[in-house]
Design a protein around this ligand. Structure first.
Ligand code: B12
Ligand code: SF4
Length: 451
């Protein structure tokens, strides 16, 4: 019998793909040209071992265990459509550039496969791994990869700003089962100008002047027609006893908008942070020429736009809209809710409302029993949140809860009063402290509704 290496198919393969057969590092000069030929506007390369992308390793290897290195891609968006107050125009640009990044990445993978090089492209955005929602549902975080690959730095608004194209870009990542002959390094300055126009333009105050970010404020409004916004809409239908009752909850415009998202791809409600950013060599000229004029033309129309803004009741965003944008209509909706105790603990930083934590300084011990046994120490001090596993230090308030009951309460399926009366939840310490804790997480706890 012929040995496998001498088999005619294997011999032919070795002749056709000498680089793959020799497992030689791939030339990044060759790869770069391939990516540009496929339609990328810029590209960079990173080895999977790089410490600056260590947080990405596990999920990348889970999706494609052979990964050794990454290609980071940038595709440009047309600026004026993104800046327009007409969101249909901006969404068309987001959708088309998103599809373009996916097409470019797919074509690169196709050509690599034809050369005998194994590669996989991760989605630009959706589809994602929804069974993990509301946790990390994406296979790879494109932003840290792009930063490590020298394609830009994150601005105050937490989007990557390319030194030339500014933030008018979408990102893609290709996972490669090959070593590279060289790597890119991060750029040594941040193109962000700290002008804070993104802070001023965001309708929900998600971007704080010090660079902190309130993901749940953005998720609740901007993503109203995605994931949990869609779930909430379905529940509005389910809870409505009649068409007339439904109409009192959801306007005709909102129903039509949901139909539009379902038919043509889910639409973002804002993205004003990207729209107003003047950073980047090719973008900055009008801002430098006349800052006041730039603000009047790019920022004011978005600030002045009369529109519905989706907020969680008692959230920082609700207060922000009332204070900064009284001409916009804040509409109360349900926020994101956890599906497990582990998810509740890991997702706390997403839903934490720093503004509601003003004046609170306390350590909480949580002990969960039953279906999920877990202990955690949660510290809220100076408007910041720390979540640690285990019981650490001496608490001001301790909660021992049956995991399923606590989850039911977070998901607004069970009453906390009922749970306490049946000793499914036991609290040691002042109840006012637990109430203050609940106010910091209005999206999931709704404690204020019960106490
Ligand atoms: C999750 C996500 C979001 C979340 C969180 C945003 C964030 N800052 O991470 C939400 C829903 C709020 C969001 C909004 C938007 N996003 Co987005 N989003 C992503 C996604 C899927 C992962 C982001 C990521 O890597 N985060 C991890 C680290 C790197 O981000 P971070 O800022 O340091 O940390 C925050 C998050 O980790 C967050 N977080 C952690 N776990 C979870 C879980 C959930 C459910 C949520 C909501 C947040 C969250 O908390 C941290 C604190 O701020 C990527 C696509 C991808 N696969 O990479 C696109 C991506 C980052 N988004 C993008 C865009 C364009 C937007 C929007 C403009 C959408 C729009 N068109 O309106 C807004 C801008 C909001 C903003 N100023 O950041 C682009 C950014 C392009 C660029 N130039 O950098 C990306 C890269 C998509 C792409 N392929 O181009 N997005
Ligand atoms: S708008 Fe200004 S502060 Fe915000 S990211 Fe762009 S340059 Fe930085």
């Amino acid at each position: 019998m012929t040995k496998l290496e001498e088999h005619p198919t294997v011999a032919a393969l070795k002749r056709r793909f000498p680089a793959a057969a020799a497992a030689a590092p791939l030339s990044t000069a060759w790869l770069r040209q391939l990516c540009l030929d496929c339609g990328a506007d810029d590209v960079g390369f990173v080895s999977l071992d790089r410490p600056d992308i260590a947080g990405e390793r596990a999920s990348i290897l889970k999706a494609f265990p052979a990964t050794k290195s990454l290609i980071a891609l940038v595709c440009r968006m047309n600026r004026e459509p993104i800046r327009s107050p007409a969101r249909s125009v901006a969404n068309l640009e987001f959708h088309h550039t998103g599809d373009h990044v996916n097409d470019v990445a797919r074509e690169i993978v196709r050509r690599l496969e034809a050369e005998g090089i194994r590669a996989m492209n991760a989605a630009v955005g959706f589809p994602m791994e929804m069974n993990g929602f509301p946790g990390k549902i994406w296979v790879v975080s494109h932003k840290p990869v792009a930063v490590a690959a020298g394609l830009g730095q994150m601005g105050i608004h937490r989007n990557v700003i390319h030194p030339k194209f500014g933030n008018f870009i979408l990102l893609g990542t290709i996972l490669l089962a090959a070593e590279l002959d060289s790597e890119s390094r991060p750029i040594d300055y941040n193109p962000c100008l700290s002008c804070k126009l993104c802070v001023a333009a965001c309708p929900v105050g998600a971007i704080k002047p010090d660079g902190r970010f309130d993901p749940s404020a953005c998720l609740t409004h901007n993503y109203r027609e995605f994931m949990n916004g869609f779930t909430d809409w379905v529940e509005q239908i389910a809870d409505s006893p009649s068409a007339l009752a439904y109409r009192h909850r959801v306007t005709d415009q909102e129903t039509a908008s949901m139909w539009q998202s379902l038919s043509f791809g889910a639409n973002y409600k804002a993205a004003y942070c990207l729209a107003v950013c003047p950073a980047g060599e090719e973008v900055i000229a009008p801002f430098l020429a006349d800052r006041a004029e730039f603000v009047a033309e790019m920022v004011k129309p978005l600030q002045q736009k009369e529109e519905t803004i989706y907020v969680v009741p008692h959230s920082d965003a609700e207060e922000y809209v009332a204070r900064k944008f009284p001409h916009k209509t804040a509409k109360r909706v349900n926020g994101v809710r956890p599906s497990s105790i582990a998810g509740f603990l890991s997702g706390m930083h997403i839903v934490f409302q720093a503004g509601q934590a003003k004046g609170l300084s306390a350590v909480y011990h949580f002990t969960f029993t039953g279906a999920e046994t877990m202990q955690a120490t949660i510290t809220i001090r100076d408007e910041t949140l720390t979540v640690q596993s285990g019981l650490i230090g001496s608490p001001n308030c301790s909660v021992t809860a049956d995991a399923a009951t606590w989850l039911g309460f977070l998901r607004k399926e069970k009453s906390i009063v009922w749970a306490i009366l049946r000793r499914k939840v036991r609290v040691k310490g002042r109840l006012s402290l637990l109430n203050a804790f609940g106010k910091c997480f209005p999206s999931t706890t709704a404690l204020t509704r019960y106490w």
